[in-house]
Design a protein around this ligand. Structure first.
Ligand SMILES: CSC[C@H]1O[C@@H](n2cnc3c(O)ncnc32)[C@H](O)[C@@H]1O
Ligand SMILES: [Zn+2]
Length: 438
């Protein structure tokens, strides 16, 4: 008998890699934060002696969900400004509120609230873009959450940095401090082509090559963004990014609702990853990302929630379902984004976009034990012909029972093991009191 930390016995194991595989009555052996083996439960009982055994008799176990684009601390602005288009929302509501309220304490409390919500809905890793990324990284480390922290750049001063040089300098310092972390990786995060000028983009390209990290950016979010770029630069944002040498496998282009057929070809040729945020795009009426055409062209498409101020939740199960439905509606093709593809977008494709697919994104021996269990015994998920179909089209976040990140059991039987929900609620109420009074 081999001694291990944890043995998870599940009714179904869906490893995501290989694609389309569903394993019945299988177990996951976990030791030292890593997946040691995925094997039939009968064999696991003979081979492994585990310190902790978790029986999930009615559950499907999947790789932890990867939220490939969010602004975690914006959870404290949830519901602050609804039912508006992007630029009105940003210029007249969100940016003024951020100028007034964003501080290290705001980012700490907002990120903790967001992590609690993400863990409770099955997310084990998120890619963030927000002020005080040093605070976000510390909160993730303390909570045991995996994250890709955005080293932000924007052409206006904020409480985090005054100018491009300071944004870059602070970002590089943070990257250096985090370079040996098992849980936290970094990416450059220039906000968008319309808020970052050529000179900082050129520096980011150079440092991203040198440090071998991704570049995470909002791109082609709305038709107005594209029109404004044509007026100001004489070209579409993507063409400008291409001219600046930014198109390539490092680029994580978020939103992409405005794409010409030749741009889709270019994204595929250059191995750019796209992050689709369907709920944010719907709520801000930004447009529709042509996910079916992108996947057919071979582009890696991942999923993100965007921030809780434009969604208004951080629920990746909901995002998966909307992505699968919207792809069919928008393309007029019911075969677009089938359930297995949608689940892959929310797991392995996200990890690939963030450059961490060797660490996470599938239930594969040697990868980190980032695992989510979904209870399919709910009436609304009966009967189960295909557990992947039930996860994508019927499951809601209250069916997420257990979550492990790097082998740590952070959600056990629906309860957060390392976070105090009542205290998080109190802090959110306190912030609401201050913000609404202003
Ligand atoms: C420089 S920190 C990130 C910055 O992005 C803002 N933001 C949040 N959601 C969106 C979105 O959908 N499009 C563009 N910008 C967005 C956030 O409020 C921060 O200011
Ligand atoms: Zn965003």
């Amino acid at each position: 008998m081999q001694t291990i930390d944890t043995l998870i016995n599940a009714r179904w194991v869906i490893p995501v890699e290989p694609d389309g595989l569903t394993l019945n009555h299988h177990s996951i052996a976990v030791h030292g934060g890593k997946i040691v083996e995925v094997l039939p439960t009968n064999d696991a009982a003979k081979k492994y002696h585990a310190t902790e055994t978790v029986d999930l008799k009615t559950h499907a176990v999947i790789p932890g969900l990867v939220n490939a684009h969010t602004h975690a601390a914006m959870s404290l602005f949830r519901g602050l400004a609804d039912d508006l288009p992007l630029m009105d929302w940003l210029n007249n509501h969100i940016w003024p509120a951020e100028a007034k309220w964003v501080s290290p304490d705001f980012v700490r409390d907002g990120t903790e609230l967001a992590i609690a919500e993400m863990l409770k809905s099955g997310t084990t890793c998120f890619s963030d873009m927000y002020f005080f990324p040093d605070v976000t990284a510390r909160v993730c480390h303390d909570a045991g959450m995996r994250a890709c922290i955005g080293l932000i750049m924007i052409d206006f001063p904020s409480a985090w940095a005054q100018n491009a040089d300071e944004y870059l300098h602070k970002g590089l310092k943070l990257h250096d401090e985090l370079r040996n972390s098992e849980l936290i990786s970094t990416a450059f995060a220039p906000h968008a082509p319309y808020t970052v000028s050529d000179a900082p983009f050129e520096k980011i390209r150079m440092y991203a090559d040198e440090l071998d990290i991704p570049i995470h950016m909002h791109v082609h979010e709305t038709a107005q963004e594209v029109e404004a770029s044509v007026k100001q630069h004489g070209m579409r944002p993507l063409a400008r990014l291409a001219k600046l040498g930014l198109l390539g496998p490092r680029l994580i282009a978020v939103h992409m609702t405005q794409l010409l057929p030749e741009e889709i070809k270019l994204l595929a040729q250059d191995n750019v990853s796209v992050v689709h945020c369907p709920e944010s795009n719907l709520k801000l009426a930004s447009g529709f990302c042509p996910v079916h055409a992108l996947t057919k062209a071979g582009v890696n498409v991942a999923l993100g929630t965007d921030g809780a101020a434009s969604n208004n939740n951080l629920d990746m199960l909901e995002e998966i379902r909307i992505a699968a439905l919207l792809a069919k509606g928008a393309s007029g093709d019911a075969t677009a984004v089938p359930a297995h593809t949608a689940l892959r977008m929310a797991t392995l494709n996200g990890a690939k976009a963030l450059g961490i697919e060797a660490r996470t994104g599938s239930l594969t021996a040697g990868k980190a034990a980032d695992i989510t269990a979904i209870d399919l015994s709910a009436i609304s998920s009966q009967p189960v012909y295909d557990p992947v179909s039930q996860i994508v089209y019927t499951a809601t976040r209250d069916q997420v029972s257990d979550v492990w990140v790097n082998g740590k059991h952070l959600l056990a039987k629906h309860q957060l093991t390392g976070m105090d929900e009542a205290a998080l609620r109190e802090k959110a109420i306190e912030w609401h009191g201050k913000i609404k009074a202003s």
